[in-house]
Design a protein. Structure first.
Lengths: 103, 323
């Protein structure tokens, strides 16, 4: 089957910033993304777990986008304007997709 | 004094406080006891609806007067002023940075709705009446503290603005909408409305509160366990001193307003409690550089358990003695 090169951007960010990030992505023309729950973790700000959370202030989510390689810079500029000061991880990996016209 | 100690001992041995203590103990002992997230969410919705509804019915029964408006205004002012006091105390007692101190201060100006619910339950169990509109005062005290904290930061030359999304999120957070909404429904439908759903929102209330506080105990215990290394002695001491300072201000305010014993006690509870739902979310957006481990551990792991186990009995006993 024919496959096409693409970039997978995964941004782990605080739940309170989710809508701000996805708004920024849409503003940059990125209309396809998925949001996944993050169950817990540990980092520079200490460990945390989704279990027993009472505050939206402490949860994290992962926003995942798969885009054409030439759109990566625009996406990162838009995302960094939102996430730069916040806890989280931005990772980029190469991937392949089957239906290129959708990205 | 004997009366105060007796009331305090009775409250300490109530099912809701002991359920909370069980949760804390289980978490500290690393038990795998766990309340499913959806169940905890459902219980909090139930409790907020019930407390709001009953408050509205109480206002419908007794009518409104100038004290209601004055209580709301006093609540707004207290919520705005308490962070300034907390900030000054933190500067004296802790070595926290200006940013962390302001973030912590915001939590102590706002309120813990769970502590408020537990407070109303303790009052009901003791047969002490309170003004139904204190529910509205609780809702009013959620947000002003956040503005005060941002002002404290801006005084240091680091201007922070609240965007419209943040303002909307604070003013329309689920707890406030449910509390104010159910209060309005109770007010509109009155005693007749209450009679129709009494079996649902009155009788099971204490039992649901016990389970909810068991979960809160688990959360507080885990927070305390995980964050124990984060808090220095001065910061820990602040988590116990500040509620007492807030309670004293709430006491003075309640007495000045001429509230009932229950109303004064609830003003003390609101002023003494620290937010761990609305304010942490606002701080993550507005002051992301502030360390969440400090303000969450302090609010949820120190002040909340203190208020629930020792604070509530003390506040109710003092209000009873002075009114």
């Amino acid at each position: 089957m024919q496959t096409h090169k693409a970039k997978r951007v995964a941004i782990i960010i605080e739940l309170v910033m989710q809508s701000r990030l996805t708004d920024a992505l849409e503003g940059a023309g990125v209309t396809g993304w998925s949001v996944l729950p993050v169950l817990g973790g540990s980092g520079r700000s200490g460990g945390w777990s989704r279990e027993g959370q009472v505050s939206r202030g402490t949860g994290m989510v992962q926003v995942v986008c798969v885009i054409r390689p030439d759109r990566l810079d625009g996406l990162l500029d838009a995302a960094f304007a939102v996430v730069d000061r916040h806890i989280g991880i931005v990772s980029i990996s190469d991937c392949e997709v089957v239906r290129a016209e959708r990205f | 004094m004997d009366q105060i100690l007796s009331l305090a001992a009775t409250n300490l041995l109530s099912p809701i406080i002991l359920s909370f203590a069980l949760g804390v103990a289980a978490a500290l002992a690393r038990s795998d006891l766990n309340i499913p997230e959806a169940v905890a969410k459902g219980m909090s919705i139930y409790l907020l609806f019930a407390i709001g509804f009953k408050g509205g019915v109480s206002v419908a029964d007794h009518g409104i007067d100038a004290t209601l408006a004055l209580s709301l205004i006093a609540g707004l002012i207290l919520s705005a002023v308490l962070p300034l006091i907390a900030f000054a105390l933190l500067q004296v007692m802790s070595g926290l940075s200006r940013l962390d101190a302001a973030a912590v201060a915001a939590h102590y100006g706002s309120i813990s709705i769970v502590t408020f619910v537990a407070g109303t339950s303790v009052l009901e169990s003791s047969g002490i009446a309170s003004e139904g509109y204190m529910v509205a005062v609780a809702a009013a005290m959620e947000a002003p503290a956040i503005l005060s904290a941002l002002w404290l930061i801006s005084r240091g030359g680091d201007a922070r603005r609240m965007d419209k999304d943040l303002i909307r999120e604070i003013m329309l957070n689920g707890s406030i909408v449910l509390l104010v909404g159910s209060f309005a429904i109770g007010w509109i439908t009155g005693a007749e409305g209450l009679a129709k759903i009494e079996a649902f929102i009155v009788s099971p209330f204490q039992g649901v509160l016990c389970l909810f506080l068991l979960d809160m105990g688990l959360v507080a215990g885990r927070g305390l366990r995980g964050g124990s290394g984060v808090l220095k002695p001065g910061v820990l001491a602040f988590g116990v001193v500040m509620p007492l300072v807030g309670a004293a201000l709430g006491l003075g305010t309640g007495l000045l307003l001429g509230l009932s014993t229950g109303g004064v006690a609830l003003f003390m509870v609101l002023s003494a409690s620290a937010s761990y739902i609305a304010v942490p979310a606002a701080m993550r957006v507005a002051l992301p550089e502030a360390n969440p481990s400090i303000y969450l551990t302090l609010s949820l792991g120190v002040t909340f358990p203190f208020n629930l186990t020792l604070g509530l009995p003390i506040y109710v006993a003092v209000a009873s003695a002075l009114t």
